[in-house]
Design a protein around this ligand. Structure first.
Ligand code: ADP
Ligand code: MG
Length: 218
């Protein structure tokens, strides 16, 4: 298993006391797997993705990546885990506005010390970005921005890609085209993909589906 969750729970403090968002989540994600995570708005999908990606910490339970519990990592170790092992794609694209497309594409791979100019070039071509490398994010359409974000996530060749409603801000045709590209590159690179979506139509395009409801997986 690339990733294993064992009895993971998470609550958030609020003015009215803590709310329990995830209760006893267990799952396994093999290398190269392609899994959709569905559930109603507020069901904890983003929370689960943030825990797996090391952006937040679980209250209890274990999150094993390549057999090691990420809870045992300090802040420095967790940052290294995010940088080296995980590619994240968000609904809001989250590109760096001051960097052009080429620099955005290479950003994470450079941080990870794994920048590979030829692979970046291949990604740019495959994602239809070769003519846009000197543009800045604000000069791109939503679909173009998300293609840059996909390239950035894949550039360091991480074993795990986490995508949170990656086509949620795109019209249906653009979103379908972006999803096609993401799925074909994921399959080619052998990365595992965990993709949050509330669309059953999109979830059906992935290998399997997990459903979150009332803090539990079904
Ligand atoms: P989803 O992505 O499925 O829509 P989220 O994981 O974003 O759900 O949120 C799950 C629940 O946790 C919601 O009720 C949300 O309001 C709450 N929540 C999320 N983040 C926080 C936070 N930082 N503080 C307090 N409550 C939060
Ligand atoms: Mg969400």
């Amino acid at each position: 298993m690339l990733l294993e969750l064992k009895d993971v729970s998470k609550s958030y403090p609020t003015g009215e006391g803590p709310i329990q968002v995830l209760s006893g989540i267990s799952l396994g994600l093999p290398r190269g797997a392609c899994v959709a995570l569905t559930g109603e708005s507020g069901s904890g999908k983003s929370t689960l993705l943030h825990l797996v990606g090391g952006l937040d910490r679980a209250d209890t339970g274990r999150i094993l990546f390549e057999g090691r519990d990420i809870a045992g990592l300090g802040e420095v170790g967790l940052a290294a885990f995010r940088r080296d092992s995980v590619g994240m794609i968000f609904q809001q694209f989250n590109l760096i506005p001051s960097l052009d497309v080429a620099a955005n594409l290479a950003f994470q791979a450079r941080l990870a010390g794994r920048h590979d100019a030829r692979w970046c070039e291949t990604l740019a071509e495959r994602l239809g970005l070769a003519e846009l490398l000197r543009r800045y994010p604000e000069q791109l359409s939503g679909g173009q921005q998300q293609r840059v974000a996909i390239g950035r996530a894949l550039a360091a060749r991480p074993p795990l890609i986490l995508a949170d409603e990656p086509t949620g801000n795109l019209d249906e045709a653009t979103g379908d085209a972006v999803l096609d590209l993401m799925l074909s590159l994921q399959a080619e690179t052998g990365a595992a993909l965990l993709m949050v979506t509330h669309s059953l139509r999109l979830a059906a395009r992935l290998g399997s589906r997990l459903h979150l409801s009332a803090g539990r997986l079904a």
